[in-house]
Design a binder for this molecule. Structure first.
Ligand SMILES: Cc1cc2nc3c(=O)[nH]c(=O)nc-3n(C[C@H](O)[C@H](O)[C@H](O)COP(=O)(O)OP(=O)(O)OC[C@H]3O[C@@H](n4cnc5c(N)ncnc54)[C@H](O)[C@@H]3O)c2cc1C
Length: 348
């Protein structure tokens, strides 16, 4: 089975690619050198619906299926890896967590803000002593009356200093290992929450990566993403979906690298011919092309795939058969690219 993109998906992909070429690529290098989050681009990303890719339209999202969302992330990452990371993390982590596990009231309260881009989302799991071993987190959440009080610090948080909404994993029971972890929603202005050190990274420098500190941070009881003790399982599920977006991010960066490599290798001459005419260079370019090719383009039926590859393929096939979601995208994009561009959002 080969999954083909339908007309609506191609239209959205083309629209986002054009946006990335016009608005992101020309500024990417300067943003990266400056190493600060480019706030001015946020309204333009929001106008395209990029902050609520898979959020249903009832909460102001674009209501896209996951495959189409991945196409958008890949196209943005081609234009600027930092903005690609912003879009991928905002959609998959903070917004994705609330979308997947939030109560109806939490969805009503937070998803419209996140999907419209009026608040950026951050997702706080990693701590100085807990990265890969996420179950080792020490940030504590203790009940005080009807409130929860958070103490601890998170590191490497994308949108850590610029977000409006934070999903925070904290330990509600120190004796219960990973079953003692719960997830909470914390507003930017919650008393006792503040941003700490901002990371000075080697790459994706315009993506905000910062420490987030909670010192007697008091939040109301309804901030818990219920049930208590399920935060770790929720986080693993969110991360599983998030990795698809990170894969798309890598493909977009790879496509940009390939194009730049071909451009340079075509212009540069050595030993009387352009670099592209040297076979060793051709091999390298072919290797990049192969690595940066989205895998769904070569998806084979689940039964004929090795066991370790079946899951992603089933996942893609499931997306392909999700008619209700796909029909949203079709309705949203109408039949031509021009109509998408004429509208401010995918779902308008
Ligand atoms: C740009 C960026 C953005 C990020 N955004 C977020 C975010 O938004 N929210 C968030 O919560 N976190 C975020 N993170 C943190 C990220 O999730 C962690 O960096 C990651 O979980 C790894 O943790 P660590 O850096 O502490 O590495 P460690 O866990 O200390 O690992 C160090 C090395 O040891 C290896 N290692 C670890 N365990 C094992 C093992 N059992 N066997 C063999 N090797 C092992 C690892 O592969 C790695 O090479 C971000 C990180 C980066 C770089």
């Amino acid at each position: 089975m080969r999954i083909e993109l339908d007309e609506a998906q191609r239209s959205i992909q083309q629209t986002v690619r054009e946006f990335a070429a016009a608005e992101l690529r020309p500024q990417a290098s300067a943003w990266d050198r400056a190493g600060t989050f480019p706030h001015a681009i946020v309204p333009k990303l929001a106008a395209l619906g990029l902050f609520g890719l898979t959020v249903p339209q009832e909460w102001d999202g674009a209501g896209l299926d996951l495959l189409t969302a991945v196409l958008a992330i890949e196209a943005i990452a081609w234009g600027d890896a930092s903005i690609g990371l912003t879009i991928a993390s905002h959609n998959s982590l903070c917004t994705g967590h609330i979308l997947q596990f939030g109560s109806p009231a939490q969805k009503r309260k937070y998803l419209p803000r996140l999907a419209s881009g009026s608040a950026l989302g951050a997702w706080c799991l990693t701590e100085p002593g807990a990265g890969s071993d996420a179950a080792a987190i020490q940030t504590r959440a203790i009940r005080r009356g009807t409130d929860w009080v958070l103490n601890g610090s998170k590191v490497f948080v994308t949108q850590g200093s610029v977000a409006g909404v934070y999903v925070v994993m904290a330990r509600t029971n120190p004796q219960s290992g990973h079953r003692g972890i719960s997830a909470f929603i914390v507003d930017r202005d919650a008393p006792g929450r503040r941003a700490g050190k901002k990371e000075d990274k080697l790459g994706v420098r315009a993506s905000d990566t910062a420490e987030v500190i909670f010192e007697d941070c008091t939040i109301t009881a309804d901030s818990l993403i219920a049930p208590e003790g399920e935060g770790f399982h929720q986080a693993l599920s969110v991360l599983e979906r998030g990795r698809i977006g990170i894969g798309a991010l890598a493909v977009g960066i790879g496509r940009a690298a390939l194009e730049d490599s071909i451009r340079y290798a075509s212009q540069r001459k050595a030993f009387g011919k352009s670099l592209t005419e040297h076979q060793a260079i051709q091999f390298m370019l072919a290797d990049i092309r192969s690595a940066a090719k989205p895998r769904w383009q070569s998806c084979t039926p689940p039964k004929r795939r090795p066991a370790r590859l079946r899951r992603p393929c089933r996942f893609m096939a499931a997306m392909d058969s999700s008619r209700s979601i796909r029909s949203n995208a079709t309705t949203a994009t109408s039949s031509s690219r021009r109509s998408v561009r004429a509208r401010p959002r995918f779902n308008a």
